[in-house]
Design a protein around this ligand. Sequence first.
Ligand code: URA
Length: 230
Amino acid sequence: MSPDALRRQLEYYRDLGIKDLYRKDAIPIVNIELPGLAPTGDSLPRILKDIGDCTRCRLHTGRNKLVFGVGNPQAKLVFVGEGPGADEDAQGIPFVGRAGQLLTQMIENTAAKEGIPLKRADVYICNVVKCRPPENRTPEPDEMETCGQFLFRQLSVIQPKAICALGSTAAKALLGGKDGVTRLRGKWHKWHDIPLIVTFHPSYLLRPYNQNAKREAWEDLKKALHFVYD
Ligand code: URA
């Protein structure tokens, strides 16, 4: 069997939740190591192809369109949200609803104010889960884990200079741990050696009583933009 075929076979077992494999004829039991998550020569089209018409978790049942990611595949800055909402599910593009319009404004207006020539199309935007959770609920841990492997591959392929995690779901998926945005925001963290900043999710900022968070989110974004583009 070729290494690629073996990798696909093992990924299939992993998707079924099987982590340990035992060789048929071996008397001493052999635990076969799963190969690294990203295959050699990985690319965004390859990841999309591997996701395919995904039925790995329950979220596929309510999906209209899978929402993979949008933007510059060589982006220096990647934004990671939680999961598609209704507009994103209808269009297959992340952050196109109200929260998305706010994110676009935040990126473009903050960059313009700071003298950085940057448009939304220059960054890359994706989510932890690629299918819309019912009623926009928070993705369950098993859904995040199943879909997270594709997010990790996207980030590994793009290799941005920095990642901006929008909200606590993205922060948890990328940093682990239980801390929420209030604790994590404004400071630099790391995802596999790539600097990562956490800030509020734009949906949270749309609520009228969160004006203070809005100011803080703008500060976080300024910090990220100067780090990446100065
Ligand atoms: N919220 C998200 O987290 N992602 C989207 O794509 C849209 C809204």
